[in-house]
Write a protein that binds this ligand. Structure first.
Ligand SMILES: Nc1nc2c(ncn2[C@@H]2O[C@H](COP(=O)(O)OP(=O)(O)O)[C@@H](O)[C@H]2O)c(=O)[nH]1
Ligand SMILES: [Mg+2]
Length: 301
């Protein structure tokens, strides 16, 4: 199982270690701020979030009388942690609900189905009775993929014939969840249709089915974000959030990208917590997001 520290190595080596160097043993000059800004942008922290960070850091430096660049390191770490903790993740592995429903959304290839398999195992290990709904009916392969993961996890997957209305599959899955006394239903959805508008309409339909059939559902709507998509992913996520609302994010593929700084943009620009990070392709390659460890691992030499 890949550790978070290993996973972040590309982001750390390509950007955050250079931030350490930029905040070296010299006095703070305009160049210090410019370089810091450039590096944060390179890590896909995003323009608005970077600007906010720099402003707060400048204020802190002024207030604390910080003149040496290396003295900014601690202040920067504190600001980054505070940013992530502004929307803290709550990991409710236990639930008092008769049936909890998680709806997974995100663009094609972001890692929805893989993340569902990983979550399925995590929740099952914690004693939950999990059922999966294959509501990505657009591609037959997507249904097969979920079924394979379901079998490996010993969990039932509710499917329909191909090209069936995903709302109908969702409805069947809810009924099956009640009948089989499952206490967690995870709904897989499509990430691409003929047009984007159709996709959003389809997601709204799935959500409506859940709202009609289960009290206060969906209890979580998680957007799966491929870290390698960087700032593009933020723009896409805004579209999803507008259509169906989003309560949290799963940040995948941190292992292969220098764009891990997008985590800060997710929390700050989208205003949602990151619940889990994907650290590889295997079933155990997932970790609950820990803001403190994330920032420490980014800077650790
Ligand atoms: N390296 C890495 N690959 C991942 C991760 N999560 C998913 N993938 C890979 O990304 C590809 C697309 O994943 P999939 O779950 O099918 O995406 P979906 O279209 O959103 O359902 C697959 O090859 C996965 O193995 C991750 O955290 N790290
Ligand atoms: Mg999929």
């Amino acid at each position: 199982m890949a550790s978070l520290r290993d996973t972040l190595s590309r982001t750390r080596n390509s950007v955050f270690s250079r931030i350490q160097t930029a905040l070296g043993q010299s006095d703070i000059t305009d160049e210090t701020w410019e370089e810091l800004e450039m590096l944060l942008l390179q890590a896909d922290v995003g323009a608005t979030t970077t600007e906010g960070l720099i402003t707060r850091l400048r204020e802190r430096a002024r207030a604390d009388g910080i003149v040496r660049a290396d003295a900014l390191r601690g202040a920067l770490k504190r600001e980054l942690k505070a940013l992530l903790l502004s929307h803290p993740a709550t990991h409710s592995f236990a639930s008092n609900r008769m049936l909890e429903v998680i709806m997974m959304i995100g663009v094609n290839g972001s890692g929805k189905t893989t993340s569902i398999a990983k979550l399925c195992k995590l929740y099952k290990q914690r004693g939950r009775k999990v059922l999966l709904a294959a509501a990505d009916t657009f591609r037959a392969a997507a249904v097969d993929q979920l079924q394979v993961w379901g079998e490996r996890n010993g969990v039932d997957v509710i499917t329909g014939p191909q090209a069936v209305d995903p709302g109908a599959v969702t409805h069947d899955a809810v009924m099956a969840a009640f009948a089989r006394k499952a206490d967690l239903l995870i709904v897989d959805t499509a990430g691409r249709l003929h047009t984007k508008h159709n996709l959003m309409q389809e997601l709204v339909k799935i959500k409506n089915v859940l709202q009609r059939t289960v009290h206060e559902a969906p209890h979580q709507t998680l957007i799966v974000i491929d870290a390698a998509n960087g700032q593009n992913a933020i723009a896409q996520a805004k579209g999803f959030a507008q259509a169906v609302g989003v309560t949290g994010a799963i940040l995948t593929k941190l292992d292969g990208t220098p764009k891990g700084g997008v985590a800060f943009s997710i929390v700050s620009d989208l205003g949602i917590p990151i619940l889990f990070v994907g650290t590889g392709e295997k079933i155990d390659d997932i970790e609950p997001f820990d803001a403190d460890a994330f920032v420490e691992d980014l800077f650790e030499a």
